[in-house]
Ligand binder design. Sequence first.
Ligand code: NAI
Length: 219
Amino acid sequence: MMEEKEISQAVIGRLPRYLRYLGDLKDEGMERVSSQELSERMKVTASQIRQDLNNFGGFGQQGYGYNVEYLYREISRILGLDRTHRFIIIGAGNLGQALGGYLNFERRGFLFSGIFDKNPELTGKEVRGIRVQPMEEMEQFIRDNDVDIAVLAIPKASAVEVAEHLVQNGIKAIWNFAHVDLNVPEGIQVENVHLSDSLMKLSYNINRYLQENRKSAEL
Ligand code: NAI
């Protein structure tokens, strides 16, 4: 097993995309792939690919390329996907139910194990076979079920407080959809997700494209 040096967050951010493409190659029955070929598929330069993958030591071999299965396995391992993570969802509204209902997380080893909401009208409602529980049952549930990730799908007003409570009860990582920055102790991992950020990027790019086209039309 190779030594791992600190890998930049930028590279880590790109690994899931490599994993998706390698998964496709695997499904197609390909045993190996050159950085050139991967580059054409992924529309990134071959040198970027070599640089990224060199972070983990000698995956590639001159004249052979990359062994698809091996690379897939190693990237999965680096991303910690070789073990399962249990997660709970806080907030059983539109978003919480949609996330709970999404089957594909399981494929990556993320097991949806509980969902909680403060609204008593939702108690007992089933989300993919799992009943919504009241918040009062959360503490015990985390303790009994070896949960390490909590998904925050509640409005920002109570997100900070709920996050503190989760951490006090042993949650190690928060996938935060609430539109507020959480204040968590060192060692607790937070990943903020704001779908609208992605939309704003889209909007910016639409504008830029229109402007550039207008400019070239005027020339
Ligand atoms: P929703 O109103 O359908 O659901 C929110 C649920 O949270 C409700 O069932 C409510 O009872 C529950 N809740 C509120 N406070 C709680 C607390 N302290 N403890 C436990 N449960 C609590 O809203 P929706 O559409 O599901 O969105 C949830 C939140 O996520 C919203 O605040 C929204 O702004 C945010 N959101 C963020 C997105 C992102 O990309 N980051 C995308 C969509 C929504």
